[in-house]
Write a protein that binds this ligand. Structure first.
Ligand code: G3P
Ligand code: CA
Length: 339
C-alpha cells in the first residue's frame, strides 16, 4: 500500500503531515515525486511549477521569478523550484492542489512546508515504512545542470538504503533515468507506464517506443532488463469504455509477472470524479456529486483479485481496509475444512 504523495486525499500533498497521516493509516510505503531546487536539493513536488501547490503567487518578494518554460514538450508559466534556493522555498507554504474536489483539505492551507527528500527518508525510517521516490522530468533537470539521480542515490545511501532488499522502489516515466539509476544503485526500480504517448528523454538513445509498446510482452521483457517492476495507469489493466464503465481486464498483470516484474498501478482515489461510473455514488445532478465518496473499496478489491502486487492510493485507509478484509475472508491452510 503506497501512500501517493502522502495521504493526499486528506492533506495537501507532498508535505510531511500528509506522509505522517499515510503512515498512521497503515501505508507500507510513502511516495515523494522529486524535483530540484536551484542549489541542487531534492524536494517533494509533483512538478517543479509550484503555483498550484504553494502560496507563491501571493508572495510579492518572488514576483520577479515568474516565468515561462518548455518542460518535456509542454509550455508552462509560473514559478519553478529550480529558480529558488532551498532557503527561499522553505519560506513558502503548501496549499491543496484540488480545492474544488477536496475543499476540506484547504483547512490546512498555509500551514506546512515543502519537505526535502532527506526529511522524508528520515520520517520513513523513524516510522518503519518504505520510500517510493519518483524522478520527475529527469531529462529536463539534467539539461539545466541539476540532475536528479546523483543526489537521490546519495541521499538514500547516506541512510543505508543501497541494497536490493532495502525498503525502496525508485520510479520514473523516463527509461533513461532508470537505466542510469540501474548503474548507480542496487535498490529496486519501477518503470511507470501511461495510457497514451511515449516517454520523454529516450530520443537521444534512438528509443521511440510508445507506452503501449512498452506494455506489450516484448516491451515488458525489455523493461525487465533494467527494472524490477511496472507502475501502470490502472486503465492499462482495466480499460474503461466510452460510457466510463469497466471493460474486460487486459493480460498486463499476467504478462508482467511472466516477465518477472511486480505490478503497482496508479492512482486509486475515493472521489466519484476519479472512479468508474458504476462505482460512483449519489445523484449525478447534485452539485457535490464529484466530491462525494464512491466505492473505492470495490475498485481496489477488483485489482487485488487480478493479482497486482501493490497500489498507489490517495486514501491509504481504504486500501489497508480492503487488504485486511480480503485476507480475513481467505480460508487459512486447511482450517476451513478442519473447522
Ligand atoms: O507515480 C505514480 C503516479 O504518481 C504517477 O503519476 O503524475 O501522479 O506522478 P503522477
Ligand atoms: Ca508519482
Amino acid at each position: 500500500m503506497i501512500g501517493h504523495r502522502g495521504a493526499s486525499g486528506y492533506r495537501p500533498e507532498h508535505t510531511l503531515e500528509a506522509y505522517q497521516l499515510a503512515i498512521d493509516m497503515g501505508a507500507d510505503f510513502i511516495e515523494p515525486d522529486l524535483v530540484s531546487t536551484r542549489d541542487g536539493v531534492l524536494v517533494a513536488r509533483h512538478e517543479s511549477e509550484i503555483s498550484r501547490t504553494t502560496d507563491v503567487a501571493r508572495r510579492p518578494e518572488f514576483a520577479h521569478l515568474h516565468t515561462t518554460k518548455v518542460i518535456a514538450g509542454a509550455t508552462v508559466s509560473g514559478w519553478f523550484t529550480e529558480d529558488f534556493t532551498l532557503a527561499e522555498l522553505r519560506t513558502l507554504r503548501a496549499v491543496e492542489r484540488l480545492p474544488q474536489l477536496r475543499p476540506a483539505n484547504t483547512a490546512f492551507d498555509g500551514l506546512f512546508q515543502v519537505p526535502t527528500l532527506a526529511e522524508i527518508v528520515d520520517l520513513a525510517q523513524r516510522r518503519g515504512v518504505g520510500i517510493y521516490p519518483e524522478t520527475k522530468h529527469p531529462t529536463y533537470f539534467a539539461g539545466i545542470g541539476l540532475p536528479l539521480e546523483e543526489p537521490l542515490v546519495a541521499t538514500l545511501e547516506a541512510s543505508g538504503l543501497r541494497h536490493r532488499t532495502s525498503p525502496v522502489f525508485i520510479q520514473s516515466f523516463e527509461p533513461s533515468s532508470l537505466r542510469k539509476l540501474a548503474e548507480m544503485t542496487d535498490v529496486r526500480l519501477v518503470q511507470l507506464l501511461s495510457v497514451t504517448g511515449r516517454p520523454h528523454g529516450s530520443e537521444s538513445t534512438g528509443d521511440r517506443r510508445s507506452y503501449a509498446e512498452m506494455a506489450a510482452p516484448l516491451g515488458l521483457r525489455e523493461i525487465a532488463g533494467y527494472a524490477d517492476g511496472i507502475g501502470p495507469a490502472k486503465e492499462l489493466i482495466v480499460p474503461r469504455g466510452e460510457d466510463g464503465g469497466p471493460m474486460t481486464p487486459t493480460s498486463l498483470v499476467l504478462d508482467a509477472h511472466g516477465a518477472g516484474l511486480v505490478v503497482h498501478p496508479y492512482t486509486f482515489r475515493r472521489e466519484n470524479g476519479f472512479l468508474p461510473l458504476h462505482l460512483s455514488a449519489g445523484n449525478p445532478t447534485a452539485p457535490m456529486y464529484a466530491q462525494a465518496t464512491g466505492d473505492l473499496l470495490a475498485e481496489l478489491r477488483l485489482f487485488l483479485e487480478l493479482g497486482v502486487d501493490g497500489v498507489f492510493t490517495d486514501n491509504p485507509d481504504v486500501a489497508v481496509a480492503t487488504r485486511t478484509r480480503m485476507l480475513a475472508s481467505r480460508p487459512l491452510n486447511g482450517c476451513a475444512r478442519a473447522g
